[in-house]
Design a protein around this ligand. Structure first.
Ligand code: 5GP
Length: 216
């Protein structure tokens, strides 16, 4: 058990999903239920805050110039443009949390997800979807945070993103929120049992077994 704890490195998970899929709510609940297990990365963006959003909580809200400087200084793991704005993942926080054994979640769109997978091939890619396209549209209109023209752009972006779902490891349907949160939690925690994630422990057991076999 001691060896297992020593080795525990965090799992890096990317969660993507159509705008309006409810992925933000799922992540919020997951972290509320397991605050010691998960760390949610906070992205930088050039889009304006929505009502209730705070700098450093939902996002780091920055100007286009500040964002471009972050790119130049190599501070981002990845970045992408989404409906006229930049979004990117700061590197420092993610690396520190993983080293401390936290399971880190990035809630980012598909282009960014693929870049993260390139940089960190062990990344678990999870796609969240509402049960139907109609439900997605109703949720986007119902939440009332975007104008009609922006909703149309987000729906057309959703169609594009739907073409890339096969790049992901898991497809999770967000119909019942708590069931979905439980499913996401199980998927991520199961990753810790992968052979590749337990190499140090496996070597330790092998060495001990060899000693036993020699009668030591
Ligand atoms: P929203 O404006 O609704 O908060 O986010 C729009 C999209 O940008 C969502 O699909 C969200 O997952 C994605 N996004 C948020 N942060 C990042 C990021 O750091 N990098 C990338 N590539 N996408 C992000």
């Amino acid at each position: 058990m001691k060896g297992k704890q020593m080795e525990k490195k965090g799992i890096l998970t990317v969660v993507s999903g159509f705008s309006g899929s409810g992925k933000g709510t799922i992540m919020k609940q997951l972290i509320e239920e397991h605050p010691d297990t998960y760390a949610l990365s906070i992205s930088a963006t050039t889009r304006a805050p929505r009502t209730g959003e705070r700098h450093g909580k939902e996002y780091f809200f920055v100007s286009a110039e500040e964002f471009e400087q972050m790119i130049q200084e190599g501070e981002l793991i990845e970045y992408a443009q989404y409906v006229n704005h930049y979004y990117g993942t700061p590197k420092d926080y993610v690396q520190k949390q993983l080293e401390q054994g936290k399971d880190v979640i990035l809630e980012i769109e598909i282009q960014g997800a693929l870049k993260v997978k390139e940089a960190y091939p062990d990344t678990l890619l999870l796609f969240v979807s509402p049960p139907s396209a109609k439900e997605l549209k109703d949720r986007l209109v119902g939440r009332g945070t975007e104008e009609e023209s922006v909703i149309d752009m987000r729906l057309s972006r959703a169609w594009q993103e739907a073409q890339g779902v096969e790049n992901y490891d898991y497809f999770v349907i967000n119909d019942d929120l708590s069931e979905c949160v439980q499913q996401v939690h199980s998927i991520i925690q199961n990753e810790h049992a992968r052979v590749g994630k337990n190499q140090v422990l496996i070597e330790t057991i092998r060495t001990e077994l060899k000693r036993f076999a020699k009668g030591e």
